[in-house]
Design a binder for this molecule. Structure first.
Ligand code: SAH
Ligand code: SF4
Ligand code: F3S
Length: 470
């Protein structure tokens, strides 16, 4: 449909000028010492990837980085709006900056990300947190240098919620946090409007990056030594719909998989409604694609799935799972679940329990429903008391713990290829991960960090494995 095509635009050239100007102002203020930024990221990998762009722009503006807010000239919280708890944490931590601002009046405090795209949140920040000088949402990233420059020179407060929710910009300088594990956004936004979810309102409409740009970025990451690359999107299975030459997600990963090198390719998140057999076949024959499928089902009850506007039912979900299990050897499955959606009964919840028993996921991300302002689910009757939902939630955790322990014990004695991710500060052991995303702890030299190793699994403790280098 030509009407839906979204063409990429380059990062506006003026932004390069602003980065230079910021570097000059900061140079004058700091007299040769590099100004420091403290960036704290909440929420999902999309936010982590956005923060990496912001860090890239700050680095080009002359900033260095610090882990200590007290040393910083610029503090930025990149926020998440997905649940009330996430928002409360941000409000609490922003409140705590009041004293810091008193101690260091020169400091610029800024907030960005998903929360800031909600008018009621930006208004609350404006009225209750006068020491916050700069606020911008997810649609304003492409002119962050201009916003930062304006706040630095004006000294006043700059608040912006963008309208560019249908655009896509290329050419951001990305400063990745890791050197062997990295995120690669392939699309932005979401069109699904699951009735509980705030994401489509704060991230705008679904739009895909051009295939060739993504493949080139993946090639660069691989040649830079990245070993574990995760393609990011809210619903990667619908990748390509806004491109002039439509491409499916399976075609995209097949092309990236064709790049030579020693690396794992992962992706998040798959939506069951668009998960095709073609995709599963591609994973099955992939050389680098990890044998891991994160496929959130949210609820095992058809009645609740309908109320959530998920566009699949339990049978369709289980059919994909059996096709995937039959075709992908050593498949590891993970999922997201919401407990206590408005109107959910214990009978509905029992269907979620029976689904997890049937599928036997490696691990689960479980959430209690949190009403989000402006979503359809916020207005639904929700008669089940919070304590009751907590009991169901605990029951879910107990069942999953049993399943994970069983799955992990079955791996004892096997040999697994793992990526060593770092050293556990408490025990000095190495932390590693299997292709199926299971944590393995083992003894070894910290210098192995960032390398693939073969390990023999010697023990299982709930969902964590212990192993030995071979
Ligand atoms: N795009 C992804 C998920 C993004 S949000 C997908 O569709 O799978 C990550 C998870 O947060 C969701 O899968 C859901 O389980 C949970 N979530 C989203 N909104 C929520 C809400 N209002 N209350 C509780 N959990 C929520
Ligand atoms: Fe939210 Fe649904 Fe979009 Fe996922 S697919 S981001 S749950 S609206
Ligand atoms: Fe949160 Fe925004 Fe991600 S709401 S979960 S940071 S897309």
């Amino acid at each position: 449909m030509p009407g839906n095509i979204i063409k990429p635009e380059p990062l506006p050239g003026k932004q390069q000028e602003y980065m230079k100007l910021i570097a000059e102002i900061m140079e004058i203020r700091k007299r040769g010492e590099a100004p420091l930024a403290y960036i704290r990221t909440y929420g999902c990998q999309q936010n982590v990837a956005d923060s990496e762009k912001i860090k890239g722009m700050l680095a080009l503006s002359g900033f260095g980085f610090t882990d200590n807010p007290d040393d910083a000239d610029f503090i930025l919280f990149n926020t998440c709006a997905v649940r009330e708890h996430a928002e409360d944490r941000v409000f609490g931590n922003v409140g705590a900056l009041k004293n810091l601002k008193r101690r260091h009046p020169q400091i610029l405090i800024a907030l960005c990300g998903c929360m800031m795209e909600q008018k009621h949140v930006a208004d609350r920040i404006y009225n209750s947190f006068p020491f916050v000088g700069l606020v911008f949402g997810t649609h304003s990233l492409h002119h962050f240098p201009e916003l930062l420059y304006t706040s630095l020179v004006n000294g006043g407060r700059v608040f912006e919620r963008g309208n560019d929710d249908k655009k896509i910009y290329e050419g951001f300088p990305v400063r990745r946090d890791g050197s062997f594990k990295g995120w690669l956004p392939i699309m932005y936004g979401c069109n699904n409007f699951c009735t509980y979810c705030i994401v489509p309102y704060v991230r705008g409409r679904e739009r895909s990056r051009e295939k060739d740009v993504i493949v080139a970025e993946a090639r660069q990451m691989i040649s830079d030594g990245f070993k574990d690359i995760t393609l990011l999107g809210q619903n990667v299975n619908s990748y390509g719909k806004t491109l002039q030459t439509p491409v499916s997600f399976a075609e995209l990963i097949e092309e990236i998989d064709g790049i030579d090198g020693d690396y794992w390719l992962r992706f998040m998140t798959s939506h069951p409604k668009d998960c095709s057999k073609e995709l599963i076949d591609t994973i099955a024959r992939g050389r680098h694609i990890s044998k891991h499928l994160h496929l959130p089902f949210q609820s095992g009850s058809d009645r609740i799935l309908k109320a959530m506007n998920r566009h699949y039912d339990r049978k369709r979900y289980l059919d994909i799972i059996s096709y995937a299990k039959e075709n992908i050897e050593g498949l590891s499955l993970t999922s997201d679940i919401i407990v206590g959606f408005p109107g959910e009964t214990y009978e509905d919840f029992k269907q979620t329990l029976s689904l997890i028993r049937e599928v036997e996921f490696t691990s689960l991300f479980t959430f209690i429903f949190s009403p989000r302002k402006g979503t359809p689910a916020e207005k639904l009757d929700d008669p089940i008391p919070a304590e009751e939902k907590s009991k169901w939630f605990q029951e879910l955790l107990d069942v999953q713990e049993e399943i994970a322990a069983k799955r992990c014990s079955a791996m004892v004695g096997q040999t697994e290829r793992v990526l060593i991710e770092g050293v556990k500060p408490k025990t000095g052991e190495l932390n590693a991960r299997t292709s199926g995303n299971i944590i393995v702890e083992l003894d070894g030299s910290p210098e192995l960090t960032g390398t693939f190793q073969n390990v023999k699994i010697t023990k299982a403790r709930n969902w964590i494995l212990k192993g030995e280098l071979i």
